[in-house]
Design a protein around this ligand. Structure first.
Ligand SMILES: [Zn+2]
Ligand SMILES: [Zn+2]
Length: 237
């Protein structure tokens, strides 16, 4: 379907670094799997910046293909069985949707709430882990789980797929997972992209089980304050 890098090799010939294939057991009508490396890697934490740049490029190219058909893409990473991964080789999923997912749309609102949120977070500073190359990594106020992370461009950007910051944002997510693994051991994690509005990545490591209270009532029990989580992730930088 797609194999990167494109230059210097025949399509479907060996030598690919990142490859996109159709999901054999789609939960949605159309779903693709992005294989992050020909080598056995379990987590994006094990991938270098160059490799993550190719992942971003694969997302970007498939998003363009989807846009040609009037569709939009929800891109996400599940790591570990507890986080929904059925494949233990680092990969991401691209769901072809007819419209922006409701959660992303609800966050967006009229004026940009994320711009305001980032302004408040940066003014307070306690939950900011790192700012790098026009991006911020922070453990947001009212985190749903221990070490929940948000990665977003500091300046408002309407769409992720055309942005040169998408690859570096994935690298920042990988960095957060590396620091988390150094502190707590490797953990299952969910990572997804909210592509439109003020685009951002949300990273939810699974240190506890999400069950009825969380799913049914929307109450998330978080035993680690985001300020403490940010402090710990900063210390490991
Ligand atoms: Zn904004
Ligand atoms: Zn979001």
């Amino acid at each position: 379907m797609l194999a990167l890098p494109v230059e210097g090799r025949e399509p479907d010939a060996p030598g690919w670094s990142v490859r996109v294939v159709p999901n054999k057991y789609p939960a949605f009508r159309r779903q693709e799997v992005v294989i992050h490396s020909p080598k056995h890697k379990r987590s994006i934490a094990e991938l270098g910046a160059e490799q993550l740049e190719l992942v971003a490029e694969a997302w970007r190219l498939r998003a363009a293909a989807a846009a040609n058909e009037g569709r939009t893409i929800f891109a996400c990473v599940n790591e570990g069985r507890a986080a929904g991964a059925s494949l233990l080789h680092s990969h991401s999923q691209l769901f072809w949707l007819d419209a922006e997912p409701p959660l992303a749309e609800a966050e967006r609102g009229g004026t940009c709430r994320l711009c305001r949120f980032l302004e408040l977070e940066r003014a307070e500073g306690a939950r900011v882990v790192e700012e790098r190359g026009g991006l911020v990594l922070l453990c947001p106020y009212a985190s749903r789980s221990a070490y929940e992370c948000l990665i977003a461009p500091l300046e408002h950007e309407g769409h992720a797929f055309p942005s040169p910051l998408l690859g570096p944002a994935l690298e920042l997510a990988a960095e957060a997972l590396r620091r988390l693994a150094a502190r707590e051991g490797p953990r299952p994690a969910n990572l997804w992209l909210h592509e439109a509005g003020h685009w951002h990545l949300e990273l939810l490591p699974r240190l506890s089980v999400i069950a009825s209270l969380e799913l049914g009532a929307g109450h998330y029990i978080n035993t680690l304050a985001p300020e403490r989580a940010a402090e710990r992730l900063r210390d490991l930088g």
